[in-house]
Structure formats: structure tokens, C-alpha cells
Design a protein around this ligand. Structure first.
Ligand SMILES: N[C@@H](CCC(=O)N[C@@H](CS)C(=O)NCC(=O)O)C(=O)O
Length: 223
């Protein structure tokens, strides 16, 4: 039997957090090898483990997978979180990519210069409430089902819950105008594997501390 997937990344959210969410939701145990200093990344590169010299990298099923999107697709397909046919998969992809665009804005927020930080935060809130969350509220309303695609939990739902919780860290009442998303959040947070992942002590990472994030990146890339 194949061993546990091994995740190579820093001990923070970044691009790996959604992979942690997927594995945890699928009930898959995983190991983590944290990249703490420049030499750790160099070693992976020198060993020829990083196809494009970048992380995230996940050792899974005998592969050393890179590219967040490819890793996510593989795990979603493997654990039946990727729809039942091509059309459902297409919808899941559209939702995941949309949500990722919002998450990327949040991921870069700690690195925003002080003088534009407030404006950037306002833009994140604005995009969440006027561009992304209305799409999901409408989807749930239109089909009246519990999950975004195919009446079954998928990668799109897991990704959306992660994004909702991220935006709530900035604005706790962000869902006030989205009743169906509030119910969705309650429902999905109570899926046993997700509930467990949301408990303290899980492999879920805390919000990015701004000073720490900048220092970590500087140390890792020697800049
Ligand atoms: N498209 C890649 C981008 C990966 C990426 O930019 N990784 C960063 C860390 S978050 C990295 O390894 N940077 C070092 C480099 O590019 O040399 C993905 O989605 O996985």
C-alpha cells in the first residue's frame, strides 16, 4: 500500500493550504516536511525533486507533483471530489479558479506596502461581496441543492468554505447579505472530516502573520 502523501512547503498557508484542505476533507492522513531556510529549498532543487524549481511539492503515489492546480486536480479526482462527468468537472474548475483568484489576493495582502494596504483590503472585501460570493449564492439558490455541483460535495465546495473563512478573518460579518452561503458554511463545516480539520491542533495553518511572512520569504530566498 502506498504511504502517506508528503507535503513540502513552509509551515504556513500560502499555496499549500488548499491542498491540506482537500486531503483532510478526503480523510487522507499526510506528512509535512517544512521548508524553513534557503538550504532546505536548495536541497530539494539539487536533488532534482522540483520540476520547475518551485514548491508546493507533494510526494504522492510515487510522483513528486508540483503546480498547485495539478496537485489539486489529482487529489480531487482520486478522492471522488471532482464531479461525475466532464461538464461537472468544468463547473468545478470554473468555481475553483474563481475562488482561487480571490484567495490569491488574500495571499499577497501581507506583502502589500503600508500605504496601499488599507485600499487593498477594501478591494478584497469588495471583490468577495460583489464578484465572487454572489455567484455562489445564486448557484445555490438556482438549483436549491446543498452543494455547488451535482448535489454532491466537491473540490468547489471545499475551496469555497476555505475562502469564506479566510475573508471572515478580515470581516466577520462578510456573509450577512448571503443567507444561503451562511447555511452552506454551517453545513460544510459540520462534515466530520472538515469539522476535525477546523479543530485546534489539526494541520490547518493559522492566518498569515504579516511580519513573519515577510521575514520567512526573505530568509528562504536570501533577499
Ligand atoms: N504556478 C506555481 C507557482 C509556485 C510558486 O510560485 N511557488 C513559490 C513559493 S509559493 C516558489 O517556489 N518560489 C520560488 C521560485 O519561484 O523560485 C504553483 O501554483 O504551484
Amino acid at each position: 500500500m502506498a504511504g502517506k502523501p508528503k507535503l513540502h512547503y513552509s509551515n504556513g498557508r500560502g499555496r499549500m493550504e488548499s491542498i491540506r484542505w482537500l486531503l483532510a476533507t478526503a480523510g487522507v492522513e499526510f506528512e509535512e516536511q517544512f521548508i524553513e531556510k534557503k538550504e532546505d529549498l536548495e536541497k530539494l532543487r539539487n536533488d532534482g525533486y522540483l520540476l520547475f524549481q518551485q514548491v508546493p511539492m507533494v510526494e504522492i503515489d510515487g510522483m513528486k507533483m508540483v503546480q498547485t492546480r495539478a496537485i489539486g486536480s489529482y487529489i480531487a479526482a482520486k478522492y471522488n471530489l471532482y464531479g461525475k462527468d466532464l461538464k461537472e468537472r468544468a463547473w468545478i474548475d470554473m468555481y475553483v479558479e474563481g475562488t482561487t483568484d480571490l484567495m490569491v489576493m488574500i495571499m499577497y495582502h501581507p506583502f502589500e506596502p503600508a500605504d496601499t494596504k488599507e485600499k487593498n483590503l477594501a478591494l478584497i472585501i469588495e471583490r468577495a461581496t460583489t464578484r465572487y460570493f454572489p455567484v455562489y449564492e445564486k448557484a445555490l439558490k438556482d438549483h436549491g441543492q446543498d452543494y455547488l455541483v451535482g448535489n454532491k460535495l466537491s473540490w468547489a465546495d471545499i475551496h469555497l468554505l476555505e475562502a469564506i473563512l479566510m475573508v471572515e478573518e478580515f470581516k466577520p460579518d462578510i456573509l450577512s447579505a448571503f443567507p444561503l452561503l451562511q447555511a452552506f458554511k454551517g453545513r460544510t463545516s459540520n462534515i466530520p472530516t472538515i469539522k476535525k480539520f477546523l479543530q485546534p491542533g489539526s494541520q490547518r495553518k493559522p492566518p498569515t502573520d504579516e511580519k513573519e511572512a515577510v521575514a520567512t520569504v526573505k530568509k528562504r530566498y536570501n533577499i
